[in-house]
Design a protein around this ligand. Structure first.
Ligand code: GZL
Length: 312
């Protein structure tokens, strides 16, 4: 019996006794906080020793953390790249050290051989789903849209803008009149929305807000209310992430639609790493997670409950 127990535990060690370094962007949004807590619980349940580094949204801190992981000789590195460029040198150092890298929730420009796989949503599709919801909702009514973009130079900001514009391209009645980054945060989203409202006659001419994440939308909703307007009716609100607080807003009629982004990117990442370590199985270069539209018709109170406790 003792022999079997040892054999089992060593097998577990081999597959999942890995030490993995995780260079996380920061905690700029509720979704980011959930991704961190899900990653930590996924590692724990798999017997993976996770070394966590929070970069406070600065690329130089991520690069420093990755260099630290290489020096420690970790078995693998996870990185959520804050922006798409500037990774070639440090990821080449990981490659030289024979340490597989997995990208989480954002992509990078540059050679695909710098990473084993990328686990992320189809962010162009997320933008397209958000845009299509607006097209279906306003039909042929004139609609001036303001847009809160994500972090400048990040793949979600670039892709979600692209997808939304594709979806509304055929609707001449829908136009984006102002577009600015809110850096994926509530405070910046509120501040930039205040600017939009001031610049647009107190918001009277604005028909809809498209925010690249729910946190900026939640900040903007406060600004819309402070301006004496009704978010969700005077100004439609559509965003992305499906965090609990957007379901609270949808249930209250203060937001209209969100596109879900799963916080569990680590599950597929750890599966791919375990298989690669065990017998060299090479995963697909891109592992794409599902995106789903939620509106007031989709039990927002129940969706809120289902997500509470996931670390948002
Ligand atoms: C998208 C992810 C984004 C979330 C934001 O994959 O990188 O970053 O939509 C987070 O909430 O800041």
């Amino acid at each position: 019996a003792a022999g079997l127990a040892t054999a089992l535990s060593s097998a577990a060690m081999a597959a999942d006794g890995m030490t993995v370094g995780f260079s996380q962007i920061g905690s700029e949004s509720g979704w980011r906080a959930a991704e961190t807590s899900v990653t930590k619980s996924q590692a724990e349940s798999r017997g993976i020793n996770l070394k966590f580094a929070d970069a406070q949204q600065k690329q130089e801190n991520q690069i420093k953390a990755i260099r630290g992981f290489i020096a420690q000789g970790v078995d693998a590195i996870l990185v959520a790249p804050v922006v798409a460029t500037g990774w070639d040198d440090v990821l080449n150092e990981a490659k030289e050290a024979n340490i597989p890298v997995v990208l989480l929730d954002r992509g990078i420009d540059g050679p695909e051989d710098l990473y084993l796989t990328s686990v992320a949503s189809d962010q162009v599709k997320e933008g397209r789903v958000a845009g299509q919801w607006l097209v279906d909702t306003v039909k042929d009514k004139d609609c001036k849209v303001v847009e809160l973009q994500g972090t400048v130079g990040s793949t979600p900001a670039i892709n979600r803008k692209k997808g939304f514009e594709e979806a509304i391209a055929g609707s001449k009645n829908i136009t984006i009149i102002r577009s600015q980054t809110g850096d994926f945060t509530r405070s910046k989203g509120k501040e930039v929305m205040e600017g939009f409202l001031k610049a647009e006659n107190g918001g009277k001419g604005i028909c809809a807000l498209y925010a690249h994440n729910d946190d900026m939308a939640v900040g903007a909703i406060q600004a819309i209310k402070d301006a004496g307007l009704k978010p969700g009716t005077d100004i439609l609100v559509v965003s992305i992430d499906a965090v609990p607080d957007i379901f609270t807003a949808i249930a209250a009629g203060e937001a209209n639609a969100t596109v879900e982004l799963t916080p569990n990117m680590a599950g597929p990442a750890f599966d791919a790493l375990a298989a690669f370590k065990k017998d060299g199985t090479v995963p697909p270069k891109f592992i794409i997670t599902e995106s789903k539209l939620y509106t007031a018709a989709d039990d927002p109170k129940g969706e809120y409950e289902r997500r509470k406790g996931l670390g948002y």
